[in-house]
Design a protein around this ligand. Sequence first.
Ligand SMILES: [Zn+2]
Length: 332
Amino acid sequence: MRMTLPLPPHKFIDIAFNATDSMFKGVYHGKPRHPDDLHDVLLRSKAAGVSTCILTGGSLSESQEALELAEKHGVYSTVGLHPTRSNEMEEDPVGYLAALDALISKGKKGGKGKGRVVAIGECGLDYDRLHFCPSSIQKTHFLSQLSLARTHSLPLFLHSRAAHRDFIDILRSRSEDWKARGGVVHSFTGTKEEMEEILELDRSLFVGINGCSLKTEEGLEMVRGIPLERLMLETDSPYCTPTTSHASHAHLITLPPTLAALYSPTSSNKPDKFKAGEAVKGRMEPSGIGRVAWVVAKVKGVEMEVVVKAVWENTVRMFGLEEEEEEEVSDV
Ligand SMILES: [Zn+2]
């Protein structure tokens, strides 16, 4: 039976959904706790107004899986190698890059697949987690992936942690590779000055904000300074769940009950007390993007609708998505 659900009040695109994470298969820290519930997660997200998502690819195999899921569920994906996993490319850098290249060719618009690959990444630098991969190796493979943006004329999906100087230097030195399509520095948790330096590099660059960006007062201050025309929103699910100890909490308690119920990405059910069709305690899901938007609007002192509309336009334009502003939300 096909039924029509009430239209959600706001429409979102979650640009960072780690749908390949084992938690959506019900596996936590290597232990199976409940059945795969990705389909239900996506249904709840639709009901909350998340029109589409971009599934993050963090390695060759993960990018393959993300693309398969994106094609299956009619959403989008990225293809690339995360800085903390750059070691994977060491054994055969040329072969690995060629394999990423082939996957992008197949998955992007005009390729043999369904045209679901919309960005190169996630790639970048992460000096918070050098125990996974030293900075020299991270830099090498960040640089090699930048060439993919140019080859395929796709935007970059970027990650930068505690590596601001090197990150800026590399982007600046290779701007001819990415300026045409730009990119988004996702899950941004840097300072206001760092945010400004990124945005000053080129007007094709954007900053992606999620629950982790809104943890501290400094984070809120940084978000206040992002021009609306350079902002994107995301959840980074299953990570970056807003909690009561975050600075964002003071704003989230003002969320009207109807919206709080709609944007309710977690529940009191721990993974081993899983209830089919319900969210899981501590596991973020795309339906929570409305909470991120609410806090951003409060911090900026504007209506939520103003934030949502600007972010929608930025996202559709930069990624070249074919999403309609008005559509009926129904079950799938
Ligand atoms: Zn990231």
